[in-house]
Design a protein around this ligand. Sequence first.
Ligand SMILES: Cc1ncc(COP(=O)(O)O)c(C=O)c1O
Length: 596
Amino acid sequence: MATPKRPNSWLKSVDSFGKRAFDLIVSGIALAVLSPLLLAIGLMVRLIDGAPILFFQKRPGKHGKIFRIVKFRTMKEASSSAIKSDEFRLTRLGKFLRATSLDELPELWNVFVGDMSFVGPRPLIVEYLPRYNSNQSRRHNIRPGITGLAQIHGRNQQSWEKRFEDDVWYVDHRNFALDLKILFITLYQVVRKEGISAQGFATMPEFFPSTNDVAEPANIEMSSAEINENDVAAVVKVVRSGRLALGPSVAEFEKNMAKYIGVKHAVAVSSGTAALHLIVKSLGIGPGDEVLVPSFTFAASVSAILYVGATPVFVDICTDTYNLDPADLERRRTSKTKAIMVVDVFGHSADWDSILSFAKKHQLLVIDDCCEALGAEYRGQKVGSFGNAGAFAFYPNKQITTGEGGMIVTNDDELARLCRSYRNQGRDEMGQWLDHARLGYNYRMDEMSGALGVSQLSRIESILLKRANVADMYNKRLANIPGVQLPVIKENMRMSWFVYVITLKEGLSASKLIRELDHRGIPSRAYFSPIHRQTYMAEHLTVTPILPVTDRLRDRTLALPFHNHMTREQVNSVARAIEEILSNKETTNTPVEMAY
Ligand SMILES: Cc1ncc(COP(=O)(O)O)c(C=O)c1O
């Protein structure tokens, strides 16, 4: 969620007074002007569907105080329980009234007497009141509205979490101009019949845990970016400005990233892979040089070394964090070793003290592939700020996203200058557009991505917190499942959860578990699949390296569905499926024991 701008209390009370005055005057006038229409609709309901004309229901108002919302009756029988889908009980006239939102007209009375406002979070049913978390319950800090931010964002297409996010955002940002905008958009959508009105509460259980905690597995996504209205507005603003490349948004994103990581320079590029490539190239690594790198990583850590004609030399990993094992560095070092490509795997920082002292002793360059670890810390210092330079990535499964995108971070002035030149076709900063000082690339980030990055980065802490909460739910739920090892987080580290990866005990097969989960509609991935065993590496490796820890993990690690807005219900579903599959209850046919 965006950091809310909270007006001071004096301004706030003037604002609230103005809002109430507007509601009172406009609803009074509207009731008077529309009274013939109200009477006509009332008469039609009475004649076609019989009594009663109006439908009353208890709803929570400001600070949870209960009031009775009033609408025209649209269903065959007025029932106080709206939990079940009411679609099938709608009368023909009711369908028309709902489609045109005319059934909501009597709510003008609720606005007039002060139960509601024209604009605010939509009042839901009383039964759900105790189930909001503390942030969500802030939607009750103000009067509920006939319409609101969630309504104009197509409430019926939004998840409940997104609707509540909109509601809370509105509570923090409301002002008169915003209310007018929401009202006009509502009227426009009503005229265009864009489905502003509620369709009962049939989908509510998606958001709230049901009693037996079973989710529809089909709803569980492997990853999902958190995009809010601020993000959308930021991108739209750039598109409207007409300045789509080489503009102020990328520069602002770079400035904010450098500040966040605590380094002098940040250079935005088109992907994490591009960031790694330019770092390796700008450090002068090339043919004849060896670079120490873990095999238990994403392909790009190794590709960047191969792009410049250098040789990757694989290093084994620690048995707990799966990060590069500093004790193995010495064994792999030769006279040709020029650099170490460190990877902060899954968002867990590497063991920087040991790595840096080894690098210093042997005068090696250090590159940090921190693409998975934005915000992770080692002894209170952000990853990316260790070594000569760090590379971040912003693909949509990352902690923050720019669509595609990456960032080089460094304290080295010369390295930053070279990276800026290489990303921009080899141009020097002061040179002419068609002067190319060196062979470069087009690895520039565009302005829409830059603006999205600024907006996303502004709420990085809240994003990291949400991810930590989901990881915590998984930790608790999976803790006692036999055969499953949980992720390990070492002391003095701040984990920035990128993926949630479990390890199966020796003898169990991750690929079979992945298949079984897939049969149940639950996505998961083999993560990582070591690079020295990938097909394309065959042409680069003369001998297969011996990496006992990496090889022992083969087909035993898998990433589970993981993103900011995963619910407890979804986590429970995944855990229950794993539990059942591993205990061989209800598996389709293949036992999960390894075939070899
Ligand atoms: C460790 C690591 N390095 C590099 C990258 C490459 O980033 P991109 O996909 O933006 O090129 C990734 C992406 O997932 C990664 O996980």
